[in-house]
Design a protein around this ligand. Structure first.
Ligand code: HEC
Ligand code: HEC
Length: 204
């Protein structure tokens, strides 16, 4: 009966975040929770933005642990460039990254309602070719690819611009973003950001 009442609250939109246990051999989620403390000032604040250029700090809750680890390693090595994320990853061990990945991936959001400026309906059609890797609605279960559903529109556009300009390097995404116009980026980002089931901020 407990489960039933929880779901009725969810259905009523009163609860938007669930935390589900995810088995992750490499990382210790409890240790990750403690290690995530310094990250919360940005990744645990609703609507927090990067100062310049202005875009929303990415949502990490519900992201694949393996992708989180890969992203942190890319910042640490300097391959992916961002001032504060270099500072935050520089002294982290691989174990720290795995623990944090295990912790943040446990979050699930099932009732996101992010505001968007692009045309999400048009974006759905434009995002068709992305579904094979990121999942039709951006919620891929394949840990090789980041989830995009429920991610901030402005962050998704920024990521696509960085792939297109080559500022962010990835063999697959550099080639894909090359053919995506600025308008298409906005519409596709609006489509993923407006998924109700998706990523969330990390806050307990
Ligand atoms: C000062 C604010 C700030 C703090 C503190 C911070 N981050 Fe970030 N983080 C950002 C921003 C902004 C980005 C997006 C940077 C970019 O465009 O590459 C980001 C990106 C990331 C990404 C990549 C997400 C993706 O979808 O690719 C991960 C993973 C991450 N941060 C983890 C952490 C962890 C773990 C900590 C704590 C050890 C931390 N961050 C602390 C601002 C912050
Ligand atoms: C063949 C598989 C594949 C296809 C198709 C694909 N992607 Fe990706 N995408 C990836 C991989 C792998 C990454 C992680 C790259 C990295 O580590 O920087 C990624 C990363 C991204 C990111 C960054 C996510 C984050 O959290 O920083 C965005 C945004 C994105 N893709 C959008 C798209 C869009 C839009 C399309 C379709 C136009 C698309 N992708 C098609 C494989 C794919």
């Amino acid at each position: 009966m407990k489960t039933k009442s929880l779901w009725s609250l969810v259905a009523a939109g009163l609860i938007s975040v669930l935390i589900v246990p995810e088995v992750n051999a490499a990382g210790d989620a409890e240790a990750g929770k403690t290690k995530f403390y310094t990250c919360e000032g940005c990744h645990g604040v609703v609507g927090y933005t990067n100062a310049y250029p202005t875009y929303h700090v990415p949502r990490l809750g519900g992201q694949h642990a393996d992708y989180i680890v890969a992203a942190l390693k890319a910042y640490r090595s300097g391959q992916r460039k961002h001032g504060s994320m270099l500072g935050n990853s520089a002294t982290m061990s691989d174990q720290d990254m795995q623990d944090i990945g295990a912790y943040v991936s446990r979050f699930r959001s099932i009732n996101v309602n992010l505001p968007v400026t692009g045309n999400a309906a048009v974006g759905q059609g434009k995002a068709e070719s992305c579904g094979g890797c990121h999942g039709e609605d951006g919620n891929t279960t394949d840990a090789n690819f980041p989830r995009l559903a429920g991610q901030h529109e402005s962050y998704l556009v920024k990521a696509l611009e960085d792939y297109k300009s080559g500022a962010r390097k990835n063999a697959i995404m550099n080639g894909i973003a090359e053919g995506v116009s600025e308008e298409d980026m906005k519409d596709i980002a609006a489509f993923y950001a407006s998924q109700k089931k998706g990523l969330t901020i990390v806050k307990e």
